[in-house]
Design a protein around this ligand. Structure first.
Ligand code: DGJ
Length: 735
C-alpha cells in the first residue's frame, strides 16, 4: 500500500503544473478551468470544485471562501441507499452493496492532455472502480469516464454504470438541451431546473440524436445568455442509448449523472473483465453559452472530430436532385453542371446498387453493395471517369449496418439480423428494412468489408456518406448467449466502433459523413471517425437556421453538413430566395442538394459567385470562433451570427430577416469577438445579382467603410434588409 502511494507521488512530482496533488488535494486543470477532488489512500474520494482555473496556491482560498463542496465524487449503491447512485451492482453472492475507498492515484502525460486515474476499491469485495479525468491542454475540456474491473471469482452484474457524476451547488440553474424529431432535429430548449428529477435519454438503439442529443449546458447564474454568466457544458461521447439525469431531490445540490442508458442493458461482468464507460466531456466558461460552445468547437477540431483541422470541400449530393433515379448519364450531367459552378466534390446518394434486386426504391437491396449494372453500365469506374473529366472528387452513399429482407445478403445470412428467434421481425423503412447484428464479429467483418471492398476496388473514392435509417427494433441477438441478451444495445455500438477503428486505421484520409435519417448521429462517440454529420433531412433555410443554431451549441461549423436545395423546398414546400438558402448553408459546411439542370441561368451565376465567395471565407467559418448574436428562436423578426478568425484579423457576419412589416424597426445588431482596438473594413458579400445578372450593388451604407472593432461591438451596425426572407452578409478584414 505504502509503495503504491509513494509511486503516485513520484510520478506526480515530474509533471508540469496542469495536474497537482498536494496533501489530499487532487487538482485537475485545463488552460482556463479546474476541477478539485479531495482524498488520500484509504479515504472516500470527495468532489470539491469545478469552475474557473485555480492555481495550486489558491486551493486554500477556494476552500476558505466556501467555494468547495464536500460531496462523494462517485456515489455508489449499498451502504448508502437513499440517494441516486452512479453505480449499482450485484455481486456473485447476491450482495448488492458497494463501499469504495481510494486505492491509488496516478497522473500521466498523454497526447495533448494529462490523465488522472483514481483507483477505488471495495472494502470487502475485490471489485475495482477506476475514475479517469483527462484534462486537455488544447481546449478547456476535462473528459471523465469510469472503468469497472471484476476481480471476484464469479460474474458481477452492473445495473447502473454512469460514466461520470457531477455535483453542483444549487442556485437558479437553467438547463439548455436539444430535442426534436426527424426533419426537426436539435431544437434548443431552455428551462429552469426545479426540484425533482429531469432525464434526457434515448432508446433508439441505432441513432441517438434524431430527437435529443447526449449533451447539455447548465447556466449557473439564471436565464441562459450567449455572452455572460457561468455555464457548464457536458457532451457524452457515445452513439448508443444514453441517459443524462439532473437530480434536485435535495435543497442544496444539483446532481448530474451521465452515461449509457441502463434500461434493458444490465451488464454481466465476468471475472477479470473490465467494462469501460464512454467519456463525458465537461467544459466550463464564464462567457455564457457562447463560451461553452467555442470550447466544444476547439475540442472537436483539435482531436475529437476526424481531421478536425481540415477545411471541408463544397459538395453536391444527388439525393434531392434525382432521389433513386440514379444513372450514368444523369450523374455525369450533375457533375458537369456542378463543376461549372465551381463545386469540388460530387456524392452519389442512394439508388446505385443491387444486382439481383436493383435498388429502385427503399424496399430492397440494402446489403448488396455491388453496382446496379442496368443503371450504371460503366460501373463506379465510369463515375470516377466523369468526376476526373470535370476536375472534381467523387463520393458514394452506403448504409452498411442494414439489410432489406429483399436482398441477396438476407437470403444468404438470415441469422445476421437483429431479431427474436421465436417472433416474426417487424420491418422498418420500405416495409423490408432490418438491422444487422453488429455484436457478431462476422457481421463486423462484413460491414468493414463494405468500405474496404469499395476502397480496394476504387482507390480514387474520396468520400463516403454512411447512413443508418432504422431503430434497433426486434431486440434480440442470434449471436449473444441467452444470458447476455441484455448486452445487445451496448455490443451493437462496440461492434460499430470496432469497424470504424479498422476503417480509420486503414483509410485515415477517406472523408466520411455520419448520416442517420438526417441528423441522427451528431455525437462525440462517432465524430472521431467522421469528418462531418448530415444536419437534417430538412433543407428548408428557415428551419435549418434553427436546427443549425441548435447543433452549433456543441459542434463546430466544419462538422455540420448544410446544403442549398430547391425552391419549393421538398420538406416544407416553402419558397425563399436562393440568396437566403446560400446565406444559411454557408454558416456550416456548404453543399448543394439540388438538380442543377433545373436551376435558372441567373441562379447558376449566383451559385457560382457564392461558391467562390465561400472558398475565400471558408477558413474563417470552418476554423474560426463562432459568436451567436440574435437567436432565431427569440420572437424577433431577424437573427444573426458571426465567425471570427482565431487571430481576429477576419470575420464574417450573417444576418437574416425572418418577417417583414411596414415601417419595421430593426435595431442595430451588435457584433462580438472582434479586437476592439483593430479597424475593420466591412464589405457586403453574396449580394443579389443586378440587372442582366451583373454583379449586384450593396444597399448598406456601411459597405466598404472602415470601422473600429470597439464600435462594431458596442454600438452595432444598421443592416438594411430587403423584404421577408432577405439576408445580409458582411466580410470584415482588419486593416
Ligand atoms: C436518409 C438520408 O438522411 C438522406 O439524406 C438520404 O441519404 C436517404 N436516407 C437515402 O435513402
Amino acid at each position: 500500500m505504502k509503495n503504491l502511494f509513494l509511486s503516485a507521488f513520484l510520478c506526480i512530482c515530474a509533471l508540469p503544473a496542469f495536474a497537482v496533488i498536494e496533501g489530499n488535494n487532487i487538482l485537475i486543470s485545463t488552460p482556463n478551468t479546474s476541477m478539485l477532488l479531495n482524498g488520500k489512500q484509504g479515504e472516500v474520494l470527495r468532489f470539491a470544485y469545478y469552475g474557473d482555473k485555480v492555481e495550486p496556491g489558491m486551493i486554500n482560498s477556494i476552500k476558505g471562501g466556501q467555494l468547495s463542496l464536500n460531496d462523494e465524487a462517485y456515489p455508489v449503491f449499498g451502504v448508502n441507499a437513499e440517494n441516486e447512485p452512479a453505480l449499482q451492482v450485484t455481486h456473485a453472492d447476491g450482495n448488492m452493496s458497494l463501499d469504495l475507498i481510494i486505492e491509488s492515484i496516478s497522473q500521466s502525460a498523454v497526447t495533448n492532455a494529462e490523465l488522472t486515474k483514481i483507483v477505488l476499491k471495495d472494502k470487502v469485495y475485490p471489485f475495482v472502480v477506476t475514475l479517469n479525468y483527462k484534462a486537455y491542454k488544447n481546449s478547456d475540456v476535462i473528459e471523465c469516464w469510469s472503468e469497472f474491473t471484476n476481480n471476484e471469482k464469479k460474474a458481477v452484474t452492473l445495473y447502473k454504470f454512469a460514466s461520470a457524476f457531477l455535483p453542483v451547488r444549487l442556485d437558479d440553474i437553467w438547463l439548455s438541451h436539444l430535442n426534436g424529431a426527424w426533419a426537426s432535429e436539435a431544437y434548443l430548449t431552455e428551462e429552469a431546473l426545479s426540484p425533482g428529477i429531469k432525464i434526457l435519454s434515448n432508446r433508439d438503439g441505432v441513432r441517438n440524436t434524431l430527437g435529443g442529443n447526449p449533451s447539455f449546458m447548465l447556466s449557473l447564474d439564471g436565464k441562459p445568455s450567449e455572452g455572460t454568466g457561468r455555464v457548464i457544458g457536458g457532451a457524452l461521447a457515445y452513439s448508443g442509448n444514453y441517459k443524462i439525469m439532473f437530480d434536485i431531490s435535495n435543497r442544496s445540490r444539483l446532481k448530474v449523472f451521465a452515461g449509457i442508458n441502463e434500461d434493458a442493458s444490465q451488464y454481466i461482468l465476468e471475472p477479470k473483465e473490465t467494462f469501460t464507460t464512454p467519456e463525458l466531456a465537461l467544459t466550463y466558461s464564464k462567457e455564457g453559452k457562447g463560451g461553452v460552445s467555442r470550447s466544444f468547437h476547439d475540442y472537436a477540431r483539435n482531436g475529437k472530430l476526424h481531421n478536425g483541422l481540415n477545411n471541408r470541400d463544397i459538395l453536391l449530393n444527388s439525393w434531392e436532385g434525382v432521389y433513386f433515379n440514379v444513372n450514368q448519364e444523369g450523374m455525369d450531367q450533375m457533375m458537369k453542371d456542378f463543376s461549372a459552378m465551381g463545386g469540388e466534390l460530387f456524392v452519389m446518394d442512394d439508388g446505385w446498387f443491387g444486382d439481383k434486386y436493383p435498388r429502385d426504391n427503399d424496399k430492397s437491396s440494402l446489403g448488396d453493395w455491388v453496382i446496379a449494372k442496368k443503371k450504371l453500365p460503366q460501373g463506379v469506374e465510369g463515375l470516377l471517369a466523369s468526376a476526373k473529366k470535370y476536375g472534381i472528387k467523387f463520393g458514394i452513399w452506403i448504409e452498411p449496418e442494414m439489410c432489406n429482407s429483399v436482398s441477396e445478403l438476407y437470403e444468404k445470412h438470415p441469422d445476421w439480423i437483429i431479431r427474436q428467434n421465436n417472433r416474426e421481425p417487424q420491418m422498418g423503412r420500405g416495409g423490408t428494412q432490418l438491422v444487422l447484428d453488429l455484436s457478431n464479429p462476422k457481421v463486423q467483418d462484413f460491414v468493414f468489408g463494405v468500405v474496404d471492398g469499395l476502397m480496394t476496388n476504387y482507390p480514387d473514392l474520396y468520400y463516403i456518406k454512411w447512413d443508418a435509417n432504422m431503430t434497433l427494433a426486434n431486440y434480440g441477438s442470434n449471436y449473444l448467449p441467452m444470458n447476455k441478451q441484455s448486452h445487445l444495445y451496448i455490443e451493437f455500438h462496440k461492434g460499430l466502433r470496432n469497424v470504424l477503428e479498422r476503417i480509420r486505421a486503414k483509410y485515415p484520409k477517406l472523408v466520411m459523413q455520419a448520416c442517420a435519417s438526417g441528423g441522427g448521429r451528431a455525437n462525440y462517440g462517432l465524430l472521431p471517425y467522421f469528418e462531418e454529420f448530415w444536419g437534417s433531412d430538412n433543407t428548408d433555410a428557415l428551419q435549418r437556421m434553427q436546427i443549425q443554431w441548435g447543433e452549433s451549441q456543441f459542434y463546430p461549423a466544419n462538422a455540420i453538413a448544410s446544403h442549398v436545395s430547391a425552391n419549393k423546398n421538398h420538406q416544407t414546400q416553402r419558397e425563399v430566395p436562393l440568396k437566403l438558402r446560400f446565406d444559411v448553408a454557408m454558416t456550416g459546411r456548404l453543399g448543394m442538394e439540388i438538380q442543377p439542370k433545373d436551376m435558372t441561368e441567373a441562379d447558376k451565376i449566383f451559385a457560382k459567385n457564392a461558391i467562390a465567395t465561400y472558398k475565400s471565407i471558408r477558413p474563417v467559418i470552418q476554423q474560426g470562433d463562432q459568436y451567436r448574436l440574435v437567436s432565431p428562436y427569440e420572437k424577433q423578426p431577424f437573427s444573426s451570427l458571426m465567425y471570427v478568425s482565431k487571430d481576429k484579423s477576419r470575420a464574417v457576419f450573417f444576418s437574416y430577416k425572418l418577417e417583414h412589416f411596414v415601417n419595421q424597426y430593426i435595431p442595430r445588431l451588435k457584433m462580438n469577438g472582434l479586437n476592439p482596438d483593430k479597424m475593420y473594413k466591412v464589405t457586403e458579400i453574396n449580394v443579389e445579382l443586378g440587372r442582366d445578372n451583373a454583379p449586384g450593388r450593396s444597399r448598406n451604407r456601411i459597405n466598404n467603410q472602415v470601422v473600429s472593432g470597439k464600435q462594431l461591438m458596442n454600438e452595432g451596425i444598421e443592416v438594411s434588409f430587403g423584404g421577408q426572407y432577405s439576408s445580409v452578409v458582411f466580410e470584415l478584414n482588419a486593416q
